[in-house]
Write a protein that binds this ligand. Sequence first.
Ligand SMILES: C[S@@+](CC[C@H](N)C(=O)[O-])C[C@H]1O[C@@H](n2cnc3c(N)ncnc32)[C@H](O)[C@@H]1O
Length: 289
Amino acid sequence: MPPESSLRTGQPGRTESADSPDDAVRRLRAAGCVFAEDEARLLTGAAASAAELDAMIERRIAGLPLEHILGWAEFCGLRVGVATGVFVPRRRTEFLVRQAELLLRGSHDGGSHDGGRGAAVVDLCCGSGAVGAALAARVAGIELHASDLDPNAVLCARRNLEPAGGRVHEGDLFEPLPDRLRGRIGILVANAPYVPTAAIGTMPPEARTHEPRMSLDGGPDGLDIQRRVVAGAPDWLAPGGHVLIETSRRQAGRTIGLMRQAGLAARLAGDPELDATVAIGTLAGSSTG
Ligand SMILES: C[S@@+](CC[C@H](N)C(=O)[O-])C[C@H]1O[C@@H](n2cnc3c(N)ncnc32)[C@H](O)[C@@H]1O
């Protein structure tokens, strides 16, 4: 989850208005934007007028994440709505989705699940709801719930998930989930904050200035929220159910250790190209899907 930045610096870039895509590229490049051509194309496509394009470029040069300006992020082939002040889903988190999808389909262990149909899936710390939205798009018939403590994230996730039949609950981790899900969750996914507090200052300004602190800060060792997710998981998982937590390569051993302490069988999955690591804990018992 520590974010990628495509803007090298928030250099002041006000020079002239951008009334053509070439001007847009030039201004973005001058401001240190690494993917100036791509961003100019997206912003030009989104702006209804030259004045609006100019304003968008100014916001980008000032350091706002591209996705907050566009109002959406590309994630797992979807356009997921992302409101200002809500965590921008990262490419590496697509790996978390893929791992959850594999388990939902029952293919990872060669199981004989019914393609995930009817499985209760919970996206904890859902932010925009990107992970849940991608799972709902990939696996038909899941019962999808999501939760987040931040009311802005909850509003955003509702817009993304309710059309797909998902329910979004506002509150601390498991606390707002309907009690009937206790012992019934087949797949629990969490990309919870995992940046150690002291490392937040080293993050790109796009993240540390424009994403809420509570979406990044994982406490002194980065594991405060993960610890609570793992401790709560056994009560909420169905027999054979899985909890999948995005972590970092450096923290992975400790995330796995937390799972084992909670009585879960645990393993790691990773994708070096995406710099993605996911810890997967499984509750004993036979899975019902
Ligand atoms: C790293 S962001 C991830 C968002 C989303 N899962 C994604 O991958 O795009 C972490 C999210 O956790 C939420 N959060 C932080 N502490 C929480 C808590 N105690 N209970 C519920 N959500 C929490 C934040 O508001 C933020 O939306």
